[in-house]
Unconditional design. Structure first.
Length: 143
């Protein structure tokens, strides 16, 4: 009898914790601008495995999320593509990034695009930028 009660209480506790975690994400997201509702991550996160580590920042207006990325990829673009953090189309100038962290910026639709930065300096070609251990790379939604 005692074992049955403990089992039932344990199940209720697991259900309660799952609901609590889901509601935390809801309350975090509801305070963010509409575009962040599509974001894959809304809190700082550590991702990947590998011998090189860099910081990746995604910024839309005043809101940002920071990732610590571990990778063995040669380029920033490859590392971010492998982790599903960016999506885009190949163009004559390289990868045209349209989605970052699940959020869309499409110049043809609304005049926005993802500006790429390396250690705070504007950079070109995420797919041609080599990973440098300890660097910070950013995508900023720009209009």
């Amino acid at each position: 009898m005692k074992k049955t009660v403990i089992t039932k209480l344990s199940i209720l506790l697991v259900i309660f914790m799952a609901i609590s975690l889901a509601s935390c994400d809801y309350f975090i997201r509801r305070d963010l601008p509409e575009i962040w509702q599509d974001a894959t991550y809304v809190q700082d996160t550590e991702l990947g495995e590998g011998s090189k580590t860099f910081t990746f920042v995604v910024q839309v207006e005043e809101n940002m999320v920071t990732f610590t990325i571990h990778t063995d990829a040669e380029t920033v673009g490859k590392a971010l593509l492998d982790l599903g953090l960016i999506e885009g189309e190949d163009s004559q100038w390289g990868l045209y990034v349209k989605k970052v962290n699940g959020m869309l910026a499409d110049y043809d639709v609304d005049g926005t695009y993802w500006a790429f930065y390396e250690n705070g300096e504007y950079a070109n070609g995420v797919d041609a930028t080599n990973v440098t251990d300890g660097y910070t790379y950013s995508f900023v939604r720009t209009k």
